[in-house]
Structures are given as C-alpha cells and as structure tokens.
Design a protein around this ligand. Structure first.
Ligand code: SF4
Ligand code: MSK
Length: 648
C-alpha cells in the first residue's frame, strides 16, 4: 500500500524520538502509526471537494462528475467546507471566552470564592474599552458591568462587537464597507452553519464574506474576550523564567500533567498542588513533592502567569505517558487525543476529564465546576498522589529540558520597550523605520504528524530572525521554539541578524517572544494595533511590515485564526496541506483576490524556508510602500562598513 504520508523522521526533538523507541518496545501505538494506517488519505477530502452535507451524497468532485447531486460545484463545496472550519474554530475559542466571562461575572457578584480579580489596572482599561463610567464606583460594581457586557457580546444580535473599535479607523472602514463587521459571536457562528446547509448559500465569494465576519468575531471577539478577562482574573503576564520539555518531569515526585486550554482548571490545580495537607499526603506516599507540568495551551497559560514548567506540545501528549512517570493527565477542552486512555492502560497513568463538553471513553470524569473549583482540583491532585504507588519500574524520563523566558503580554512589550512611565511601541517602530528590525512575524499554531515534529517551526523562525524579522509566538509553535532555546536572550547573538540582535541585546529580550496560548493570538492583533497607533508605519494594519504563519497547523482553530489575520490585513502563510486546492476559483480568491478588498491574503507553502522568504518578501514590499526600504539598505551598508573597519 502506498503510504504517502509517512515521513522520514517523526520529530526533531530527541526526547520524543527516544520515547518512541520505548513506545515500540512497550507495544504502545502512537499518532505516527495511526497516520501510517490511515495512508493514503482521501485526496478529495484533502482538497476540500468531498461533500457529505446531505444524504443525496456523499459527493466527490472529479472531471467525470464535476457537480454534486444537488448541482453544487467544487467552488461551493470547498468554500462551504472552509467556512465550516472557521465556524468550528471560532466556536472553540469563543466557548472558551464564554466560560471565562461566566466565571468573571460570578467572581464580580461574589458567587464564587476560589477566584479573585488580580489586575485592577487592566479592569479599568477594559471598562474604558466597553464605555463604562467608573467614577465613584466600587471595583466589584465595575467588574460586574464589564462581565455583563463581555457575556452579552456572545448573544448580541445587532450592532457591532465592542472590541471592533480597538482596530485602526481605516480597518473599521474596510470592514463596514464590506459588510463584515461581526454583530454577535454566536450569531456569526450560527449564520455560517446555516449558510452551509444543502441548498443555501452557493456563492463561494459570498460564503467567504461570512467566513471573514465569523473569523473576526473570534479574533476581535471571543478570543480577545478570553485573553483580556483572563488577564484581569489571573494576572497580566510579566516576564517569567520557565523550563520546557519532558525532562521537567521528576522521578521522585508526583507528576501531574495539565492538558487542554482553559486556565480556569489549570490555575486551580496549581493552587491545589501547594496545599499543605496534600503535600504531606504526598510525602507519606514516598514522593518528594507534587510536580505540575503543562501540555499544549494549558501549559502556555500557566507558564505565562506562574512559570510552571511545560512538558511539551501537541505531539508530545502520548510520549509523556510513555515515560511511565505521570500519575495523572488532567484535561479540559481541545487538542486532547482520544488515544490517551488507551495508551495509559500500558502504564499506571490515570486520564481525568473535567469538562461536560469533552468526555473520553476510558477516562475518569471529575466534573469541574467553578463554584467548587478548589475542591475538585484537590480531588484530582489526591487521586494523583494515591496513584504514585502504582508506578512500575518501567520509567524513562528524558533528560531534555530547556530554559526560556515567557510572559510577553502586549503590556510587557510596551513596558520593556518604553519604560514604566512612558510605555510605548514607538521604540519598536523607530527600529523598524531605521531598518534594524526588518519587520514582525506572528508564527503560531499546532504540530502535525504529516511533517517532522517542530522542524517547520524551527526552520521558519530561524530564517526569519536571521533576516532581522522579530517573531511573536503562541500555541504549540511557541513551545517548539522554546525547546530549541530560541526564547532566551542569548539566542539573539546566536541566531538573529545583526540589526535585530542589537535591539534584543539593548532591551534584554529574546528575538522570539512568547505571547501565550491560542486565544492569545489576540495579543498579536493588539500589538499590531499599537504599532499603527505609535505612528510612522501607515494608518492600517495592512500597511505594517508584518506577516503571519502556521507552518505545522492541524486544527480548525488555526483556520479561524488565519482568516482573522487575513481579514485584519495580514499576509498569512500555512504549511503542511491546504484545504481548498480542489477549487481553483476559491483558491485564487484566498491567495490573490482578497488582497484587493481585505488588503490581506493567504498563501500555502509547505517548505518552511520558502514560506519564510515569502513573508520577508511581503515585509519588504510593505517597507517599500512606506518609503523606509532605503533606511534598511543604509543599515546593511553600515554593518558592512563596520566589518570592513574591524578587519583593518
Ligand atoms: Fe452532494 Fe449537494 Fe448533498 Fe453535498 S449538498 S452531499 S454536493 S447533494
Ligand atoms: S494547543 S490548537 S495544537 S497550537 Fe492550542 Fe497546539 Fe494547535 Fe492545539
């Protein structure tokens, strides 16, 4: 059988490679074996031209059958599939945002006792964003109004989402002219799903307009609400040192991995792990302590705010169990493989689900309710402690672990660049204008077993920083680069071009900045917004010398993120595979024509170096349009001259 998806090497991460060998010895099946078993995968599905929207189908578009039974063309079928992915991704991020908003409101009303508001300054800023008068009002009253407005954004039927007004005026104008300003988050998701049912919206261009509106309700709606309210509740991240990779697991301690996305759960597990009684219990079982480590975006959330170690990214979830040293993997929502309970059977690990929205056969379910949050968290930690004695001798914890600096919220970047009293993005803009920094790239997204784990992230990011492009990261991409040491200030001297290295060394930051989890891609939007506000780089997000990428994407959430980047005017490149290639017209719309309306567009380039070069080319095009291309030439000339002088 032609197994087209089989790759030469599973991972560039030696910790994963060694554990895969152990998995084979232990008779454990992994994601790579399942991919091989699935290969060759359906090429109709891969190109977006398989439709099973009704029972007259499934229909597969090919030369001999260019239309579905209902008459739907490849353009319609691929567009429906694409916008359905956007709707699903938006729903996931936004339901996360809704959960945070509900908790926020409960805290403001004093209905829950285990959480409290940590960042009052940001609460006031949010009140300002929502047009709430704060004079003479108590903190709880302001928080209640903020929570109520935030929650209402989901069910709003008319008007515009509140955060839309944070975008540059010119961007808002583009959205209004195109009729794609989101009215309410749930409404855009529901309408997208309505439009894609059999016999409804059959114009691929019109479908993509709604797809853009839906994606904007994610980036400037649900995701932004999640990030902003989480910062108020759990604290806005500040620079923090951490460690990453499976070497953070400890042989002599109880290891609990927190996996998924929403920090409501992970924050409480962190609190429960320092409970004196539980620590005592752990000691009584012969463990030296309780070690919490994160996986995927749950990891990013607790790393950013507490410096809790990160066990790994998406493709390390099974490998973590293969160490034989994990007592409990506790999960909430999203990116959790159904294989975990099956893998866990070969070891002593218990998989605990906590959300009624995400149960897995074979896992233990401990319902996590914010009203009894700490108790539930303590119960989970207790189960982990009790499981410690079930460990066998079949343990292998890799040595690999790397230090990193995380915590680069928009506020941190502002402060580091401009100082506490004059926080500003102006120094960043100045360094872009004078050419030391060529531009800024957001490199985000998942792992995908169709490509060697982490390789595309690393090749792309190294190519970008070598060419003086500063990189902002979130999600599993951030974890990949952290593992490779790119999130340490020292990485500037080793990997960055002379201009970027000079700026990083002066400010004391790495050339690759960790901005958080997948919902924190909204921090990248806010940062780009601030660059426009700081002046000198045009009037719209599309004028900025910036680009976005997800070189190893796999989730529908990545498509939603990509589309809100594009709809915000950002050139965005994806790798691995592209889901519309079966429709020439739709692909042309996404890769070319969108630029004339949204001023942003997609590209697909599986080679990460070529993809980075596309991003650099785009950045240079924007520099030229801004009239700052010459300054960069001067900087390069200066460097050459300096080297000449040094050689004398
Ligand atoms: Fe086929 Fe049309 Fe039904 Fe899709 S909606 S399965 S193309 S008949
Ligand atoms: S966890 S969405 S695999 S980045 Fe956010 Fe990683 Fe992608 Fe999940």
């Amino acid at each position: 059988m032609d197994k087209t998806n089989i790759i030469k090497k599973e991972s560039v991460d030696t910790a994963v490679e060694s554990l895969l060998e152990k998995a084979r010895k232990d008779g454990v099946e992994t994601v790579w074996e399942r991919l091989a078993a699935q290969s060759p995968q359906c090429s109709f599905g891969e190109q977006g031209i398989c439709c099973r929207s009704c029972s007259m189908g499934p229909c597969r578009i090919r030369k001999s059958a260019p239309k579905g039974v209902c008459g739907a063309t490849a353009d319609t079928i691929a567009a429906r599939h694409f916008v359905k992915m956007i709707a699903a991704g938006t729903a996931a991020h936004s339901d996360h945002g809704r959960a945070v908003a509900e908790l926020f409101l409960a805290v403001a009303k004093n209905e829950v006792s285990d959480y409290r508001i940590k960042d009052e300054k940001k609460l006031m800023q949010l009140a300002g964003d929502f047009g709430i008068k704060t004079e003479g009002k108590k903190k709880d009253e302001i928080a209640r109004e903020v929570g109520e407005i935030a929650l209402a954004q989901f069910g709003q039927q008319k008007g515009e989402l509140a955060f839309i007004k944070k975008a540059p005026a010119k961007r808002q104008e583009i959205w209004r002219k195109m009729g794609i300003v989101p009215r309410g988050i749930d409404r855009e998701i529901a309408e997208t799903m309505h439009r894609t049912v059999m016999g409804n919206d059959q114009d691929y261009q019109n479908l993509l307009l709604q797809g853009s509106r839906c994606a904007l309700s994610d980036g400037w709606g649900g995701s932004m609400i999640a990030t902003e309210l989480q910062d108020v509740l759990f604290g806005t991240p500040v620079p923090v040192r951490g460690q990453v990779n499976l070497g953070v697991l400890r042989e002599d301690e109880i290891n609990i991995i927190v996996h998924g996305h929403e920090p409501l759960l992970s924050e409480m597990i962190v609190v429960a792990a320092s409970d004196k009684e539980l620590l005592q219990l752990a000691k009584g079982k012969g463990a030296k302590g309780i070690n919490i480590a994160g996986m995927c975006c749950s990891a990013n959330e607790i790393l950013m705010r507490h410096g809790i170690p990160v066990a790994g990214n998406m493709l390390q979830q099974e490998a973590a169990l293969v160490t034989g040293a994990v007592e409990v993997v506790v999960v909430d929502v999203q990116c959790i493989m159904q294989s975990l309970p099956e893998t866990a059977k070969c070891y002593h690990t218990k998989i605990i689900t906590t959300s009624p929205k995400a149960k897995i056969p074979g896992a233990i379910h401990v319902n996590f309710d914010e009203h009894t949050a700490l108790n539930s968290a303590k119960e989970i930690v207790r189960r982990a402690i009790e499981n410690f004695s079930n460990r066998t001798k079949n343990i292998s914890i890799p040595r690999e672990k790397t230090d990193l600096i995380a915590g680069f919220s928009y506020e941190t970047i502002n402060y580091l660049l401009g100082g506490a009293f004059r926080g500003s993005f102006k120094p960043l803009n100045d360094n872009i204008i004078n050419g030391r920094i060529r531009g800024v790239a957001g490199v985000v997204g998942c792992n995908n077993p169709k490509v060697t784990q982490d390789e595309n992230h690393l090749l792309m990011v190294k190519e970008l920083i070598k060419n003086d492009v500063m990189v902002l990261q979130t999600g599993c991409s951030a974890i990949a680069c952290a593992k490779a040491g790119l999130m340490l200030p020292e990485a500037a001297a080793e990997y960055a071009g002379a201009g970027l290295a000079e700026v990083c060394e002066t400010v004391g930051i790495p050339p690759v900045l960790h901005l958080g989890s997948c919902v924190d891609n909204s921090r990248i939007l806010v940062a780009a917004n601030e660059m426009v506000k700081a002046g000198g780089l045009g009037e719209d997000l599309s004028d900025l010398p910036v680009a976005g990428a997800a070189p190893e994407w796999m989730s529908e959430k990545a498509i939603a993120i990509g589309q809100y980047f594009v709809a915000s005017g950002v050139f965005t490149v994806f790798g691995v595979t592209w889901p519309t290639l079966g429709s020439e017209n739709l692909t042309r719309l996404l890769f070319e024509e969108m630029e004339s309306t949204l001023k942003g567009k997609w590209a697909f380039e599986p080679d990460p170096i070529k993809a980075a070069q596309l991003m650099i080319k785009h950045i240079d095009k924007k520099r030229k349009a801004l009239g700052i291309d010459k300054s960069r030439e001067r900087v390069l000339f200066d460097m050459a001259k300096r080297r000449e002088l040094e050689a004398v």
